[in-house]
Write a protein that binds this ligand. Structure first.
Ligand code: CP
Length: 313
């Protein structure tokens, strides 16, 4: 039984990217694989792309899909062992995971970081609890620490647009008014560590990601220098990791415009705040790959579901 919790669950990134790309001309080729199988999608947080692309991918594989906005419609779950449940939680994850396992053959979970408790976030308490107590495979649809479906879609998009043997790829922080998690940036870094590329991360001082993720990567605090001769610029905001979950910088000098982008292709996972993260002129230009990235979410989800379904048979 294969779970998809992080990029570590991919045995060969180039092979998975190639297989995902090969699905595109005939997405329903494996429509019998998921026959009589049910995918349950549990959302503890909002979504557009993840919800619709994962549902579409499952439908392409012939699966039935049930979706629950767990964060707003489910009982508040308890995760602690031996807790006297006389406070806010109504149901323990033990029962919830076992019950849902009876209804679904695969369970997808979206549960963002709290950004208030680093230790608890890094323990991936929601994802790991479902993995522990469910009897079916678990699919990470963005957890506290990672967004491996997004990173796989980004790898597909890079493969489709890259023309060089060793492109220069820059991950740039950009400002945002709210505190955002580190998951997308983390998984992008982990994906880049599996690529042949000149990879550079740029952000203001104090916005270093976890060293457990970025160990060995080049970090350049001067954004202009980092962007020189870039082929791809992946832009993302994240809150401070050191001053955990805090917004300590909203410097709009880090916003990406066409002058900064140069000849590079622009990437972002979406949703994106126009003229905060990136100027209209970039998103509306032919250099933007954001719509392609969103399209590739379907094929990333489909190859992952295909692998999981194959592991069940
Ligand atoms: N990129 C991404 O995961 O989009 P959603 O949050 O809309 O699912």
């Amino acid at each position: 039984m294969l779970h998809y919790l992080s990029l570590k669950d991919i045995d060969s990134l180039p092979n998975w990217v190639q297989e995902a790309r090969s699905l595109k001309p005939n997405p329903k080729l494996y429509k019998d694989l998921g026959k009589d199988k049910t995918l349950g999608l549990l959302f503890f947080n909002n979504s557009l792309r993840t919800r619709l692309s994962t549902q579409k991918a499952a439908m392409n594989l012939g699966m039935d899909v049930i979706v629950m906005n767990f964060g707003s419609e489910g009982w508040a779950l308890e995760y602690g062992d031996g807790t006297i449940m006389d406070q806010g939680s109504s149901e323990h994850v033990k029962e919830a995971a076992l019950v849902i396992s009876q209804y679904c053959d695969i369970i997808g979970i979206r549960a963002f970081a709290s950004l208030t408790n680093k230790e608890e976030d890094e323990s991936e308490i929601v994802l790991e609890s479902f993995k522990k107590y469910a009897t079916v495979p678990i699919l990470n649809m963005e957890s506290s620490v990672g967004h491996p479906l997004q990173a796989l879609a980004d790898a597909i998009t890079l493969a489709e647009n890259n023309t060089k043997s060793k492109p220069k790829i820059v991950l740039s922080w950009a400002p945002h008014p709210r505190a955002l998690p580190h998951a997308v940036a983390n998984s992008f870094v982990e994906m880049m560590q599996r690529q042949e590329a000149d990879f550079v991360i740029t952000h203001p001082k104090g916005y270093e990601l976890s060293e457990k993720i970025t160990g060995g990567c080049t970090i350049e605090y001067d954004q202009k220098k980092a962007l020189e001769d870039a082929d791809f610029v992946y832009v993302k905001n994240w809150s401070s990791y050191r001053d955990y979950g805090k917004v300590t910088n909203k410097d709009t000098n880090w916003t990406i415009d066409l002058k900064k982008l140069g000849q590079a292709k622009f990437m972002h996972c979406l949703p994106v705040r126009r003229n905060v993260i990136v100027a209209d002129e970039v998103l509306d230009s032919a250099q933007s790959l954001v719509i392609e990235q969103a399209n590739n979410r379907t094929y990333a989800a489909q190859i992952v579901l295909k692998k999981i379904l194959e592991s069940l048979s």
